[in-house]
Design a binder for this molecule. Structure first.
Ligand code: SF4
Ligand code: SF4
Length: 273
């Protein structure tokens, strides 16, 4: 994302809407984007309606009013001079947008946002079977962002455990080697708003995997959230609870997706038939 300095009048409406605090007012009193921090989420461009005030006269009016301790401030939800310039991004920077702009669909998975439906839709996707646990590691939320080099620190540590990286996950698809968890070198310095790593682990290996995750997360340079899901036993009991408690994780329920009206768990449907 860029800002057209010839158009910007320095109203600062855009500063608070940036997802990662990458927009600031420079020494000339105009908005500027810290390109290194910008994750190309397009939130600034999407959330401020473009108005088409003439930049020169608008600047002059603001300057005159300021000289008598008054000010002309446009409505807070507009960019008064339509100063944002969305860029045609090239590889590898385009990956920032793929992971950060919720309106963009991941080409690798066909899913918007972070590009995965996660285990919370397991009742329809059937990714996790009885005796297995789906572990999700979420990076960068809220409003911090993450570099892939920090994600790789975790994926390489996870790869040493008895886990399987989820194939239908966009971070897995950026790995050069799923046996070691290494991510493409040309992406390591790219920053995204958030991403999710997903692995499947057997119930009996869950405790050691979570312990390893906890250890590596203490050195992380971003916010990391960990989630774990499993399939209830036939009697409705939850075999994961005691493992999580023993490892010191708080247990809570966030989302339950019943998948009503959509049968995409073909293996389960076939078995039932
Ligand atoms: S909202 Fe538009 S005019 Fe105002 S500071 Fe930001 S880019 Fe400049
Ligand atoms: S594209 Fe997103 S990260 Fe970049 S300046 Fe706009 S709001 Fe901030």
């Amino acid at each position: 994302m860029k800002i057209n300095k010839d158009k910007c009048v320095g109203c600062a409406n855009c500063v608070p809407v940036c997802s990662v605090g990458a927009i600031f007012i420079d020494d000339d009193g105009l908005a500027e984007i810290n390109r290194e921090n910008c994750v190309e989420c397009h939130n600034c461009h999407r959330s401020l309606s473009p108005e088409h005030l003439p930049p020169g006269p608008t600047r002059l009016i603001r300057k005159i009013l300021k000289s008598v301790s008054l000010r002309f401030q446009p409505d807070p939800d507009v960019c008064p001079t339509d100063a944002f310039i969305p860029e045609d991004l090239e590889w590898p920077r385009i990956v920032r947008r793929a992971f950060s702009d919720p309106m963009v669909t991941h080409e690798s998975t066909g899913v918007h946002g972070r590009g995965t439906e996660e285990v919370k839709t397991n009742d329809v996707s059937g990714r996790i079977k009885h005796g297995e646990v789906g572990v999700v590691v979420e990076f960068g939320r809220p409003g911090i962002g993450t570099y892939f080099r920090d994600v790789e620190t975790v994926t390489t540590a996870l790869a040493k455990e008895k886990i399987t990286f989820e194939a239908g996950n966009p971070v897995t698809q950026l790995m050069t080697d799923i046996a070691t968890g290494h991510i493409r070198k040309d992406l390591l310095d790219e920053k995204v708003l958030s991403c999710i790593v997903e692995v499947t682990v057997k119930l009996e290996d869950t405790a050691s995997t979570l312990a390893a995750l906890k250890e590596i997360c203490t050195t992380a340079k971003t916010v990391i959230s960990i989630g774990a899901s499993t399939v209830c036993a036939e009697d409705g009991s939850d075999p994961l609870k005691d493992i999580l408690r023993a490892e010191g994780f708080a247990i809570g329920w966030a989302k339950v997706n019943l998948g009503l009206g959509r049968v995409s768990n073909r293996s389960a449907a076939a078995a039932e038939a």
